[in-house]
Design a protein around this ligand. Sequence first.
Ligand SMILES: Nc1ncnc2c1ncn2[C@@H]1O[C@H](COP(=O)(O)OP(=O)(O)OP(=O)(O)O)[C@@H](O)[C@H]1O
Length: 340
Amino acid sequence: MSYLQISQLTSGYGRQIILRDIDLSVNKGEMLALLGPSGCGKTTLLNTLCGFIPALSGEISVGGRNITLLPAEQRNITMVFQSYALWPHLTVAQNIGFGLKVRKVGKSESQRRIMDLLAMVNLEGMADKNVAALSGGQRQRVALARALAIEPDVLVLDEPLSNLDAKVRLSVRHEIKTLQEKLGFTSLIVTHDQEEALVMADRIAVMNQGTIEQLDTPENVYQHPATAFVADFMGADNRLVWLSDQLPDCVRPQPESWESEIYFRSTDVTITSEHTDHTCPGLCLHGVVEQSAFLGHNYRHGVRVNNQMLFADAPNCWAQQTPVTLHIPAPSLHIFARAM
Ligand SMILES: Nc1ncnc2c1ncn2[C@@H]1O[C@H](COP(=O)(O)OP(=O)(O)OP(=O)(O)O)[C@@H](O)[C@H]1O
């Protein structure tokens, strides 16, 4: 059995049900990312786990202990917030030691833990600084150290990086991941940034409208999305609807009497001149280049295929109005059957 086990959980606000029959398990020492668009219920799931809102039905257990009905302070789950939620009038060390003081941990033990944590989050020498004088990245490290100080059973991170600028974000996310691997804490991180989830998490739960659409490794969620929603959300946002029997044999789904929705990434398309023959299995589409934009590492083209605009990336820029063939290799096509 997993360390954190959520079974058939339903919860919401008043009469409004937000989460329906959520099943989720997190192993000890694992970092699991909850990924999904705004409003899909990520924060509601964290709040239910932490005991800030009650479960309407279902069960939550940690290490075999049923915590479903326990008040927040008895769950030993700590949350790191997007807004840091530090005490502005206290120093770095006082913030980190706050939970230890509440738990009446002795002064010398407390001091030792604070110093260890300061070193772990690369804030040595900052113990006596006021948190108001720190940068965003430093504040989030203090918040992380404060959460870890009380050695929670589960650490919950609610969009911990979204207040940081792009560059700091990249370094802090690697720091959190390194720390998690070193200390082996069990954690749940909420994000709506797919790259962040791919980089940081051991497994990802993709959420949509209060349910989990796929719970899998980053590689599988990216390369083998289980549903059309996951494919689209993970960046395969070119979409075609075809009759299955019009598809080449190599990508034809079973049963054939179904309409197919096909998703693929613009980065997986090869643009070639109009009459190029492609030998490797996949889909060939004929169209005309209508737009191109420089993305830095390559160009993104808008190519009209029949009446639809599809996007395709290439290292070189294809001129507007050029007739082209788009080739998408079979493994890059994510095909889902649709009932007619
Ligand atoms: N306090 C509340 N009272 C009533 N409804 C709420 C409350 N908080 C959130 N909701 C609703 O619950 C749904 C899920 O919201 P939630 O904050 O869990 O989504 P989220 O996935 O975390 O979104 P975001 O990425 O924008 O933070 C939304 O429809 C939202 O309007």
